[in-house]
Design a protein around this ligand. Structure first.
Ligand code: PLP
Length: 242
């Protein structure tokens, strides 16, 4: 490793240490503000574009859950990650499910029956049951994946009927660049759907996780009811796409 590279890396390690401490403190505060204990809120580090060495430093600091977005990047980094709970959080094409089925503990971004069916099929082949979250297109955006809110109950019951998946909750990404007040309204609406689905008590559905909130708004999301937040750039710094 060159001098320059290693000093760049040690600076990233230091930044990460500081960011991780600050984010944990903010999460704790938000959990308490919403009447919950800090250990009821899970921090997942979104690791797209982040070098494995940096992520592994985070794991050494105490990060327990990471999420990758792209199948190819996940597969390239997979063998070099320190032991950690690895989830898939990005848009997933049905023809790539097979590549990650034995590598991840949960797929957070299931927005169609077709994808749920393929995950179930591949999971059965691999002799396992895959935890999934149903992604809701809460902002009703044209080019966004996720199921529209009115179709959510139907997709949850379809997924619940599949032998190879277990529905563990809901996930959403509100529209980028929305006003803070609107984002909070989207979060609150998601919390209401989450509670509604939980109250249905369907077989093979345990509404354990409500995954929403990223770097800019994770504290708002937790105050609105999220118990799983996905934080990338606030932890690791701005993303550099190569
Ligand atoms: C990149 C990403 C995140 C993290 O985004 P930041 O704004 O960097 O925190 C969270 N969730 C998903 C699905 C992502 O793709």
């Amino acid at each position: 490793m060159t001098e320059k590279l290693s000093s760049e890396l040690s600076q990233r390690f230091l930044d990460l240490e500081e960011n991780y401490k600050r984010i944990r403190a903010e999460l704790e505060e938000a959990a308490i503000a919403s009447g919950r204990s800090p250990d009821e809120v899970t921090l997942l580090a979104a690791t797209k574009t982040v070098p494995v060495e940096v992520v592994n430093h985070g794991i050494a600091l105490g990060i327990r859950h990471i999420g990758e977005n792209r199948v190819q990047e996940l597969c390239e980094k997979y063998d070099r990650y320190a032991p950690v709970d690895l989830q898939f959080i990005g848009h997933l094409q049905t023809n790539k499910v097979r590549q990650i089925i034995e590598k991840v503990s949960m797929i957070q971004s299931v927005g169609s029956g077709r994808l749920a069916q393929e995950i179930s099929r591949q999971a059965e082949k691999a002799g396992r049951v895959m935890d999934i979250l149903i992604e809701v297109n809460i902002g009703r955006e044209e080019n966004k994946s996720g199921v529209l809110p009115e179709a959510l109950p139907e997709l949850v019951s379809e997924a619940a009927s599949l032998p190879g998946v277990r529905v563990r909750g809901l996930m959403a990404i509100p529209p980028a660049g929305a006003e803070k007040a609107d984002t909070i309204r989207f979060f609150s609406r998601m919390t209401q759907y989450f509670i509604d689905m939980k109250n249905k008590r369907s077989d093979n559905v345990t509404m354990d996780y409500l995954s929403m909130g990223m770097s800019a708004d994770f504290a708002d999301a937790v105050r609105a009811g999220a118990n799983l937040v996905r934080v990338g750039s606030a932890l690791f710094g701005p993303r550099v796409y190569r």
